[in-house]
Design a protein around this ligand. Structure first.
Ligand SMILES: [Zn+2]
Length: 408
């Protein structure tokens, strides 16, 4: 297998999570009677460009054309994060007004662009998934139902569309061809435009053992070291960086055309130094992660088994994709976790891929009064425990497995 960016033959396995079903392939009851397809989930590190990556076993069109069930707006704190970015950062920083153009790639259900529109700034969403695109249109947002890349960017420019700024949140990792994708931004930006990306930071993934953010749809695990090389090859330069606390630690990265007047902020070099201090420019950094995963696996499964021996009823809350990597790697099924609740009506009545744990309406928590509620989405732990505070009436314990097993 060759590096998807620099084409070097890959030699270093970062981790091997066995065979797993695609993490967003929730199953309908009838599908439980059929065979389920599992793909290897092995992550490699490139010793030349340090891009961490999985092999692409399914074409991304296959994954996303299946009724993709993730609607950003169901997470309240996430919508708040979008509003803050639009109103406190993007509008003042890029001096956006009614003559500007704000493009969001992977606009989902309009979770972010609704705030751009509310401030009377012209905007356009790019969203290939029909169900979420429809939800965005209901908010009055113009959506192009296409995959973004070099060709589609050229097409948009032909139609007279160019951006003062673009945003793409948690998208870069899901793109199979990073060069084609970033080249699209180089084309769609106005000469002095700025493309902004939020990406989970790979350094934090390693430091906090966040292996549950690894799944088939997530092709690349990105550091500043690796993304800077890729951006340069697409005619873009890094001009600014910010650290964010979303998704266990993310980076917000600002890119502009190489020939633009933008100068590199010194916070880019400070950020880079953090990565160099951690050793991310040496292949040894990428070699011991499997041991950390195995520790989480043993602690989590022993906890569940001990509690089951005591006769406890265990539920989970929030059927996020990341929970599936953990549950399937650990081999947890509905004999250990009785059911999982999710606020999204698109998931209720279905079953988690691999583990086949049934997904129920959140009311099931009140009805069944579980002794333990496991929360796979550790990144929104506080929001969820607040929503479920009523469960403390019967002394429920809330549990997370990442970055280490914790009960509260
Ligand atoms: Zn490489």
């Amino acid at each position: 297998m060759k590096c998807r960016f620099c084409k070097t033959e890959l030699e270093t396995v970062f981790c091997d999570l066995g065979h797993q079903p695609p993490s967003n392939s929730y199953l309908k009851p009838a599908e439980l009677k059929e065979a389920e397809v599992f793909y290897p989930l092995k992550v490699w590190a490139c010793h030349e460009c340090f891009l961490v990556q999985i092999d692409e076993f399914k074409s991304h069109k296959d994954i996303f054309s299946k009724d993709y069930a993730y609607f950003s707006s169901y997470i309240k704190s996430w919508v708040e994060h979008a509003k803050n970015y639009v109103e406190k950062t993007a509008i003042p920083k890029f001096e956006l007004d009614k003559n500007s153009m704000f493009i969001e790639v992977a606009a989902n259900d309009g979770w972010l662009l609704q705030h751009v529109k509310a401030n009377d700034i012209p905007c356009l969403g790019i969203e290939p998934t029909a169900s979420t695109a429809a939800a965005a249109r209901e908010k009055g947002i113009e959506i192009k139902e296409i995959f973004f890349g070099e060709e589609t960017a050229k097409q948009l420019v032909k139609e007279g569309i160019q951006a003062d700024t673009t945003m793409a949140v948690n998208v870069l990792g899901h793109v199979p061809d990073l060069v084609d994708f970033l080249t699209g931004f180089q084309i769609i930006l106005k000469p002095e435009g700025v493309a902004v990306f939020e990406i989970p930071h790979f350094l934090r993934l390693v430091q906090d053992n966040l292996f549950d953010t690894i799944y088939h749809e997530h092709f690349s695990y990105i550091s500043l070291i690796s993304i800077e090389k890729i951006a340069e090859s697409c005619g873009l330069k890094v001009i600014e960086m910010e650290s964010l606390n979303t998704h266990g630690g993310s980076m917000r990265i600002y890119l502009a055309r190489t020939e633009s007047k933008h100068v590199r902020n010194q916070n880019v070099d400070q950020f880079l130094q953090l990565e160099l201090d951690a050793g991310m420019d040496k292949i040894e950094f990428y070699q011991n992660f499997q041991d950390n995963i195995n520790k989480i696996h043993i602690n989590f499964v022993s906890y569940l088994i001990e509690q089951k021996k005591l006769g406890k009823k265990i539920a989970a809350y929030g059927a996020a994709a990341k929970g599936n990597t953990l549950l399937n790697y650990c081999g947890v099924k509905s004999n250990l976790i009785d059911f999982i609740c999710d606020i999204s009506p698109h998931k209720q009545g279905m079953f988690l891929p691999g583990s086949h744990i049934p997904i129920l309406h959140p009311d099931a928590i009140k009805e069944q009064k579980p002794d333990i509620i496991f929360i796979p989405a550790w990144n929104v732990f506080d929001e969820i425990t607040k929503q479920l505070s009523f469960a403390k009436e019967w002394d429920t314990k809330f549990v997370v497995a990442m970055p280490e097993l914790r009960e509260s």
